[in-house]
Design a protein around this ligand. Structure first.
Ligand code: 13P
Length: 243
C-alpha cells in the first residue's frame, strides 16, 4: 500500500504572519509515512517554499495553461515549478462553479501542468442538485473524460460539492461506492491515480474515513488552516494505515 496523502487547500485564507506560524508548527510534527501537502494562496508560496520542512510538499490552488505572455492576473505552471511547487489543484469545484471553469479549459490546464512537470490534484464532484436528479455518475464521467490520453502522474480528489464547507462529510459508504466507480472509470482509461476524498474532513471524522482503505487520503479545507486539527488528521491517517 502506498503512503496516504493528506493535503491542505488553504483557499483564499491566511496572511504572511499567520501562515508562518502555521508552517512553523507543522515543521515540528510532520511524519515520513504520510505525503503531506500544503496548498497556500499564490502570495504565500514563495515564503512557504523557503520555510517549510522539505518533508512537506508544496502545491498551488490553480494555474493557467499558457507558458507566459499577456494574461494579466494569471500564473503559469512553469512559474509554479520555478517557485518550488510539486502539485497543483485543477478543477476545484469553487473554480468550476464560482469562476465558470469548464471541462474544456481544465483539459488544457491538465496538459500544461503535465508539460511543466507538476502533478495535478484533479478535483471532481457533483452538486446537490445533480445528486438529487440522479446525475452523479454522468457528471463524474464527464469530468473524468478529460483525462483521456493524458498519461501523466495524477491525483484525483472526489469532492462532492454539497459536502464542502458544510461541516457534514459524505457518509463513508457513499464515498466508498463513488470511489469504486471512479476507479473503474480510471481503469477503463488505463490511468493509475490515487483517489482522495475531500469535503468537511476534520479530526472527528478522519478515523472513519482513513479506515476505508479504498480512500488514498484526504483533501482538507477548513481543518487545514489550524495546525492542531491538520496534524491530528495526519496522525490519524498515519496510525490507521500503519502496516
Ligand atoms: P472543507 O474541508 O472546508 O469542506 O473544504 C474541502 C475542500 O474544498 C478542499 O479542497
Amino acid at each position: 500500500m502506498h503512503k496516504p496523502i493528506v493535503a491542505a487547500n488553504w483557499k483564499m485564507n491566511l496572511t504572511k504572519k499567520s501562515a508562518e506560524d502555521l508552517i512553523a508548527k507543522l515543521n515540528k510534527f510532520v511524519y515520513e509515512d504520510v505525503e503531506v501537502i500544503i496548498m497556500p494562496p499564490f502570495t504565500l508560496l514563495d515564503m512557504a517554499a523557503s520555510i517549510a520542512d522539505n518533508r512537506i510538499k508544496l502545491g498551488a490552488q490553480n494555474c493557467y495553461y499558457k507558458k507566459n505572455g499577456a494574461f494579466t492576473g494569471e500564473i503559469s505552471p512553469d512559474m509554479l515549478v520555478d517557485i518550488g511547487c510539486k502539485y497543483v489543484i485543477v478543477g476545484h469545484s469553487e473554480r468550476r462553479h464560482i469562476f465558470g471553469e469548464t471541462n474544456d479549459l481544465l483539459r488544457k490546464k491538465l496538459a500544461a501542468s503535465k508539460q511543466a512537470g507538476l502533478i495535478p490534484v484533479y478535483c471532481i464532484g457533483e452538486t446537490l442538485d445533480e445528486k438529487r436528479k440522479g446525475e452523479k455518475e454522468s457528471v463524474l464521467s464527464e469530468q473524468l473524460n478529460i483525462i483521456d490520453n493524458l498519461s501523466m502522474p495524477l491525483i484525483v480528489a472526489y469532492e462532492p460539492v454539497w459536502a464542502i464547507g458544510t461541516g457534514v462529510a459524505a457518509e463513508v459508504v457513499t464515498i466508498r461506492e463513488t470511489i469504486k466507480l471512479i476507479r473503474q472509470k480510471l481503469r477503463e482509461k488505463r490511468v493509475k491515480a490515487p483517489v482522495l476524498y475531500g469535503g468537511s474532513v476534520k479530526p472527528d471524522n478522519a478515523k472513519e474515513i482513513a479506515s476505508e482503505t479504498l480512500i488514498d487520503g484526504a483533501l482538507v479545507g477548513g481543518s487545514g488552516l489550524n495546525a492542531d486539527s491538520f496534524l491530528q488528521i495526519i496522525d490519524i491517517f498515519k496510525e490507521v494505515r500503519k502496516c
